[in-house]
Every structure is written in structure tokens, then in C-alpha cells.
Design a protein around this ligand. Structure first.
Ligand code: EPZ
Length: 431
């Protein structure tokens, strides 16, 4: 089993380039099969979840070419199965986007009930409510979701809760429905906008993405396109927090600073200096005494739940008491016990973490419970005194491309190792 071994205590310095947004890419890949023409997608992050999604597309008969790790050419004209295998869906929740895509295109789809990161109960009732409103018969039985319609017709759909997944799934199906669909209380995340832009570049008629009312006028067919995925705001934010925790000075390049506003504001509150450029953000924390603050996760433009563990890792080192309230997923504090093994002082009461800052973390052997929590443990390890080993890094590899290589580029002593002998070699080398 691979693990990260980290010798902490070195401030991060230098520049890091951010890749394409994983959560935008996953939906865009599913949407790419909605045309029989060829689609080229660039700035694709070469991460595990994306590769699983491409496997799922090939699994139903889509043709996939990968001229380089960050470009994919997809053709969905030869799709022969409308049944997405459990093999894929158990690995990535986002393969349920194929439900919206296939239902829109073929008016029929079957997908196993999703798995994904265990961060909460994660129901899909709103996705199904949307499909039903568009006229589909939806049945959930024997572990399968089946959706089928003679014809899909536009509808007025109110989402009882802001959901990225439901917004995107309904958006895809409605694109090829007859007439006009309105999604109210839609998610406004940058990746929702990116998926809408992608579909529009294929001939869809979607307006209002990025606001809480999205209006879709159905079209009869979509055509091929070439599209570049937006930068990953969560990868960017993770490096920003790593700079803060290690008292470093890092230029995070290839970002859209507007997408990072909530993260930037919270880092300013902790006392870091932030310099914004057109497509880069510099975090300067060299002489910063980290200050405590409070944060609540909220749908965009609020503070992202996907940045919550990384923020907690930083606040654990602040000079005072902070609170972090998780309002999206009820089970996203599983990493707190692992941080405590590194010396953090955090108490959780239902969805609130009360963090009393400590002088410093101490290296320990810890386990990544999920993707973003794993990134937070790496951040803590980079800031800690001594050696940290992070196990179960397959979670981290779901969403971060070459994480250790990018951190090495910023001067971090971190190595991906596959056994104790390699880990020991690394420890001797950096001791
Ligand atoms: C997406 O998950 C992301 N995943 C998550 O990223 C991210 O944490 C989340 O959005 C919130 O930003 C992908 O894009 C692949 P939701 P999603 O539907 O779509 C409730 C990461 O680390 N809800 O916006 O599953 C739900 O329980 C991952 O990259 C319903 O009640 O999230 C939650 O409380 C992890 N019924 C809230 O809505 C539904 O039908 C928001 O969930 C759907 C959701």
C-alpha cells in the first residue's frame, strides 16, 4: 500500500501550477457522450476519479482517446449499453452523472446506486425528483436506479436543498428535453457554470448558470466541441492552506482568483498576506502568527465544504480558539482523531469543531479517511515537527494530481513510498 512519508517543519516556497477542476471534469466527461460527434476536452486533471469515469464511458461503449494525460477525445456515437456498471459507480459517486446524460440522449438509463467518499448520508432524492419532473419513470430497486421516458418535457423544478450533483444531472437531462426547464435554488458553484458553458458550446441553450435560477430551453441535438476545463479551486485552496500552515510564501498559478474568494478571506482573517494577480494568488505567511477565526461551510459563494479539513489543519496552529461549522455533510470530521494524534486540540460537538490552537504539531502515523481530510493530514505533516506517515493515500490520489511532486517543487520533504524499506531510505536521506 502506498503512503506519503513527510519530514515536516520546512516552510513552503516557490510556485505551483493548478490543474483542471476534478468535479467539473467528471460532469463534463459524462456530458460529452450526449452528442454523436467527437468532443475534445483539455486541461483534464490526471487523477484517479477522472480515470474511473473514462473507464465507465468505455464500459458503455464510448470511444476514448488520450493523446496526452491532460487531453481526452471522446465519441459517444457507438454507445451500446445504457447500464453503468456497479464496478465504476462504487468507486466514484460522480458516475451518476451518466444517468442525466444518457437519460437526456437516449431517454433511458440504468445506474447502480452510488458510493463515493463516506462524508455523510448523501441522498440522491433531488436528482430523482428532477428526472421525474421532466417526465421520466424512475425506479430504485435491486441496487439500481432506472430512469426511462417516452419523451422528456421541460418543467419547473425547485431544489429543496442546494445540490451541485442534482443541479448538474437535471441540467444535462433538460438540455435534450422538449421545451423549457427552470431549476430554482440551483447550485452556483464554478463547476456548475463550467458544465453549462460546456453544454452551450455543444449547442445547448442554458442561461443563468452561476445564479440560483437556471433556465434551459431544450434542443434536439448537440454537436461536437473543443473545451478546456476550469482550474481546480479546491486544489488551489489546498496549496494556499499548506503555505499558511508552514509559514511559507507560495505563488499559486493558473487559478481564477474570484473562485477562491472565501478561502482568501479566511486566510486574511488568520493574518496571512494575500496578493492577487489575474490568474494567480500569492500567499505570504513567512512571519505570520496565525490568528484564530470561525468559519461555516456553505454552498458557493460560501466557504466550501471541500476546504473544511484543510482550514481546520491551519486553525489547529492558530493562537487561540477557533470554530469550524460543517453545514453540508454531517460526517466530515472523521480526520479530527487523526489530527489529535499529531497533537491537535480539537473537540467536536455534532457539526461544530472547537479548535484550541497548539504551538505545533508532532509527526505521527495517520490514515486518510477521505480525499480532503487526507490533504489536511498532509498539510499538518508538512507543518509538524518530525516524520509523519499518511496511509490510505489512494483517497488523496482521487483528486490531487502528483500531489507529492508539486509539494516537492515547493521545497517540501515528502515522498510517496510503497513499503517500509523505501520509507526508511527516505527518512535517512532527509534526516
Ligand atoms: C459535490 O458532491 C462534490 N462532488 C463534492 O466534492 C462536494 O463536497 C459537494 O458537491 C459540495 O460542494 C462532485 O462534484 C463529484 P451536493 P455532491 O449534492 O454533488 C444534500 C470532493 O471532495 N443532498 O451538492 O454529492 C447532500 O446530502 C467531493 O471533491 C440531498 O439532500 O454534493 C448535502 O447535504 C466530496 N439530496 C447537500 O445536499 C440530493 O438529492 C449538498 O450535496 C442531493 C444532495
Amino acid at each position: 500500500m502506498e503512503q506519503f512519508v513527510i519530514k515536516g517543519g520546512k516552510p513552503l516556497h516557490g510556485e505551483v501550477a493548478i490543474g483542471g477542476a476534478k468535479n467539473a471534469a467528471l460532469a463534463i466527461l459524462a456530458a460529452a457522450v450526449m452528442t454523436d460527434d467527437t468532443v475534445t476536452i483539455e486541461n483534464l486533471p490526471d487523477v484517479r476519479d477522472v480515470n474511473v469515469m473514462l473507464g465507465a464511458i468505455e464500459g458503455i461503449g464510448g470511444r476514448v482517446k488520450r493523446p496526452d494525460p491532460h487531453t481526452v477525445i471522446i465519441n459517444g456515437s457507438a454507445i451500446e449499453s445504457l447500464n453503468v456498471d456497479y464496478e465504476y459507480i462504487k468507486k466514484i459517486r460522480a458516475s451518476y452523472y451518466l444517468l442525466g446524460a444518457l437519460l437526456g440522449k437516449y431517454k433511458k438509463a440504468e445506474v447502480a446506486l452510488p458510493g463515493g467518499c463516506a462524508i455523510g448520508s448523501r441522498p440522491i432524492d433531488l436528482h430523482l425528483k428532477g428526472f421525474r419532473a421532466l417526465g421520466a419513470d424512475v425506479d430504485v430497486s435491486y441496487g439500481l436506479i432506472s430512469a426511462e421516458a417516452d419523451r422528456l418535457t421541460g418543467a419547473h423544478i425547485y431544489l429543496d436543498k442546494v445540490s451541485v450533483g442534482a443541479t448538474i444531472n437535471i441540467l444535462m437531462a433538460a438540455t435534450l428535453a422538449e421545451g423549457r426547464t427552470v431549476i430554482e435554488n440551483a447550485a452556483k458553484e464554478p463547476h456548475v457554470v463550467d458544465v453549462a458553458n460546456f453544454l452551450n458550446s455543444m449547442g445547448a441553450d442554458i442561461r443563468g448558470a452561476g445564479t440560483d435560477v437556471i433556465r434551459i430551453t431544450g434542443v434536439t441535438r448537440l454537436h461536437g466541441t473543443e473545451y478546456s476545463v476550469i482550474p481546480d479551486q479546491i486544489e488551489a485552496g489546498t496549496f494556499m492552506f499548506a503555505a499558511a500552515a508552514t509559514h511559507g510564501d507560495v505563488l499559486v498559478k493558473n487559478v481564477i482568483p474570484k473562485h477562491l474568494e472565501a478561502t482568501t478571506v479566511k486566510l486574511l482573517e488568520t493574518g496571512c498576506e494575500i496578493v492577487e494577480f489575474d490568474d494567480a494568488v500569492r500567499v505570504i505567511a513567512t512571519n505570520t502568527v496565525l490568528r484564530p477565526t470561525s468559519v461555516t461551510t456553505l454552498p458557493y459563494p460560501g466557504f466550501p465544504t471541500d476546504m473544511q479539513p484543510q482550514m481546520t489543519a491551519v486553525l489547529g496552529l492558530a493562537d487561540g480558539v477557533s470554530t469550524v461549522t460543517e453545514s453540508i455533510f454531517e460526517n466530515r470530521f472523521k480526520y479530527v482523531d487523526e489530527l489529535a494524534r499529531m497533537g491537535a486540540n480539537i473537540k467536536t460537538e455534532s457539526n461544530i469543531a472547537i479548535i484550541t490552537g497548539v504551538q505545533g504539531y508532532t509527526g505521527a502515523r495517520v490514515s486518510a479517511p477521505d480525499l480532503r481530510a487526507g490533504a489536511a493530514l498532509v498539510i499538518a505533516g508538512l507543518a509538524a515537527d518530525g516524520f509523519t506517515t499518511v496511509d490510505d493515500i489512494h483517497y488523496i490520489q482521487r483528486g490531487y494530481e502528483n500531489f507529492e511532486v508539486k509539494l516537492q517543487g515547493l521545497g517540501a520533504d515528502i515522498e510517496k513510498t510503497s513499503d517500509e524499506r523505501e520509507a526508511q531510505k527516505f527518512r535517512l536521506r532527509v534526516s
